[in-house]
Design a protein around this ligand. Structure first.
Ligand code: PLP
Length: 358
C-alpha cells in the first residue's frame, strides 16, 4: 500500500489510525451488523455516536455549558449566509475584517441582508498580513473575522476585543490546531474537511443567547434555533462525516489534547519556516508575525520554476503543493494529521531541489 504526503488545503489528510478504525468498522459497526453509513440516524447506536462526538469536542475545546454545538451541512460557505440571517437582527449592521478571500466572501454574502462595514482589509499587500483592529461600530450586531486565512497562509496573532459585541469567527482551517478561548467568541464555525474529518460536516459553536433571533424568512435548515432544538437532527445529519470526526476527536484526546497538538504544530511549522528563511530559492509570502501554523505559502519568484518544483515534488510523493491561483507559487497545508516526518522529508526534498539548481 502506498500513502502519499498530501499537502492539500482540504479535503486533507486524516490520521492513519482513524482511517484504519473506520475501515475495520465498515461492514459491522460494533456488533450492529451494519455500517454507520447504513444505520438510522434515529437509532440508539447512532445517537450514541453523535452524543459522544459532541462530548469529546466539548472536552477538547473546553466549550462552556452555555454554548451549543451544532453538526450541520453546507460547508463554511453556508455559514456566510446563516450568520447574517441569524445574528444581523437588531440594527441590521455588522462589522467585517477582510483578511483574505473567505472573509471577503463572507462580507459580500452578509451585505445581501444588511449594512456591512468593512473595518479593515489587507488587500493592499495581497493579504500577506492581518489588519489590527481595536475599534468597532457601537451598533454592530456582530463582528466577523476569519481566524486563519487558508489561501494566504496568515493567521491572527491577537483576538479582537469587541466588548459586548459578539465576535464571530470562521475557524475552518485552524480549529483543533491549538487551544482557542471559546469564551472570547459569540460563535465559531468550521467546515470539517481541513482539520476535523470528511467534507459534508460543518461545526457551529454558538453562545446560547445568540440563538433564537433569526430573521423572518430564514430557511428552516439555516435557523440555529431549529437545529439546536432538534439536536442537529431536524433532518438527516451528515451521519458518516460526524462519525469520522468523532474518531478524530478521540484520536486528539489520545494524543494529549490541543496543547500537545499546538506544540507539535509549532515544531512542524518551524522546520518549514526555518528552511524558507534560510533558503536562497524559496521565500515565504506571509509577514513573519502572521504566519499560519496550518498553511505555509511560499514562492521562488519565478512562475516557471514554481511549476517545475511542484511537478518534481509530486513525482517524489509530495502532493498538492500548488498554491491557490490568487497567490501562485506553493502552499503546504500541514494540518494535525500531517506527520512531522512529512514536513522533514519535504524540507529535505526542497533543499535538494535548490542544490540541484545551483
Ligand atoms: C475552506 C474554507 C472555507 C470554505 O469551506 P467550504 O466548507 O468549502 O464551504 C471557508 N473558510 C475558510 C477559512 C476555509 O479554509
Amino acid at each position: 500500500m502506498k500513502r502519499i504526503y498530501n499537502f492539500s488545503a482540504g479535503p486533507s489528510m486524516l490520521p492513519v489510525e482513524v482511517l484504519s478504525q473506520a475501515a475495520s468498522e465498515m461492514l459491522d459497526y460494533q456488533g450492529s451488523g451494519c455500517s454507520v453509513m447504513e444505520m438510522s440516524h434515529r437509532s440508539p447506536v447512532y445517537d450514541n455516536i453523535i452524543k459522544q462526538a459532541e462530548a469529546d469536542l466539548r472536552t477538547l475545546m473546553e466549550i462552556p455549558e452555555n454554548y451549543r454545538v451544532l453538526f450541520l451541512q453546507g460547508g463554511a460557505t453556508t455559514q456566510f449566509s446563516a450568520v447574517p440571517l441569524n445574528l444581523m437582527n437588531k440594527n441590521k449592521k455588522a462589522d467585517y475584517i477582510v483578511s483574505g478571500m473567505f472573509s471577503k466572501k463572507a462580507a459580500d454574502e452578509a451585505a445581501k441582508y444588511g449594512e456591512v462595514n468593512i473595518l479593515a482589509s489587507s488587500k493592499d499587500r495581497n493579504f500577506a498580513y492581518v489588519p489590527y483592529v481595536d475599534s468597532f461600530s457601537p451598533d454592530a450586531d456582530y463582528v466577523h473575522i476569519c481566524l486563519n486565512n487558508t489561501i494566504y497562509g496568515t493567521t491572527y496573532n491577537y483576538i479582537p476585543e469587541t466588548g459586548d459585541i459578539p465576535l464571530v469567527a470562521d475557524v475552518s482551517s485552524c480549529i483543533l490546531s491549538r487551544p482557542i478561548d471559546v469564551t472570547k467568541f459569540g460563535m465559531l464555525y468550521a467546515g470539517a474537511q481541513k482539520n476535523m474529518g470528511p467534507s459534508g460536516l460543518t461545526v457551529v459553536i454558538i453562545r446560547e443567547d445568540l440563538i433564537g433571533n433569526a430573521r423572518e424568512g430564514t430557511p428552516v435548515m439555516l435557523d440555529y434555533k431549529i437545529q439546536a432544538d432538534n439536536g442537529s437532527m431536524y433532518n438527516t445529519p451528515p451521519c458518516y462525516s460526524i462519525y469520522v470526526a468523532g474518531l478524530v476527536f478521540k484520536w486528539l484526546l489520545n494524543m494529549g489534547g490541543l496543547s500537545v497538538m499546538e506544540q507539535r504544530n509549532v515544531a512542524k511549522a518551524k522546520v518549514l519556516y526555518d528552511y524558507l528563511d534560510s533558503s536562497e530559492m524559496f521565500k515565504a509570502t506571509a509577514d513573519k508575525e502572521f504566519r499560519s501554523l496550518m498553511n505555509a505559502c511560499f514562492v521562488t519568484g519565478d512562475a516557471e520554476l514554481d511549476k517545475e518544483f511542484v511537478s518534481a515534488a509530486k513525482k517524489a510523493g509530495f502532493e498538492n503543493l500548488k498554491g491557490h491561483r490568487s497567490v501562485g507559487g506553493m502552499r503546504a497545508s500541514i494540518y494535525n494529521a500531517m506527520p512531522a516526518e512529512g514536513v522533514d522529508k519535504l524540507v529535505e526534498f526542497m533543499a535538494e531541489f535548490e542544490r540541484s539548481k545551483k
